[in-house]
Design a protein around this ligand. Structure first.
Ligand SMILES: [Fe+2]
Ligand SMILES: [Fe+2]
Length: 170
């Protein structure tokens, strides 16, 4: 299945949510919104998964997509949640709050929850405990650098029309 379709199907409960719509309004890493960032990270997670699966690794793609598409949901409300308490408080707390928001939207498996809450490793000290968590952690850092420093290459965003209009239900 084409990667973006896979994300749309599996990630649909999150992508349709108000929390995700809020993420479409807030700029992140200078050149993207939080929603675009989470899509970019999810696309990269699946590209890494495709490579690893071709080498015989087993990846739980559904749980990886749900973790990746949710991992920064709380950043849309960072100012209200964390005020002016600074970068480190935001960096420490947004993974846990993003998990809580995702859990209110859909059933979140433990593997997904740990991948979300540990995606800021090594800052959060406790490392990911599954391959899906490691993929998310690595993809998030790689994409953050791309978004910050390579504006002209800003990734898959141009292809993703649904980010420009509300996602409707079936
Ligand atoms: Fe994050
Ligand atoms: Fe992120």
């Amino acid at each position: 299945m084409e990667i973006l379709n896979e994300i749309l199907i599996v990630g649909r409960p999150i992508i349709k949510s108000k929390a995700f719509a809020d993420c479409m309004q807030i700029r992140h890493h200078k050149n993207t919104t939080i929603a675009q960032h989470m899509i970019n990270v999810t696309v990269t997670c699946l590209k890494i998964s495709n490579f690893l699966e071709s080498k015989g690794f087993k990846i739980d793609r559904k749980r990886l997509i749900l973790a990746s598409i949710s991992h920064d949901l709380a950043m849309a409300h960072a100012k209200e949640l964390y005020g002016f308490s600074g970068y480190f408080t935001t960096a420490f707390r947004h993974p846990i709050d993003s998990f809580k928001i995702a859990q209110e939207i859909c059933d979140i498996h433990e593997k997904t929850s740990k991948a979300i809450t540990r995606h800021m490793w090594p800052l959060c000290i406790v490392p990911p405990n599954c391959i899906e968590g490691w993929i998310l952690t690595i993809a998030d850092k790689y994409i953050a650098i791309q978004e910050l420093f390579h504006k002209e290459k800003t990734y898959e965003i141009k292809k993703i029309n649904f980010l420009k209009k509300p996602v409707t239900s079936d």
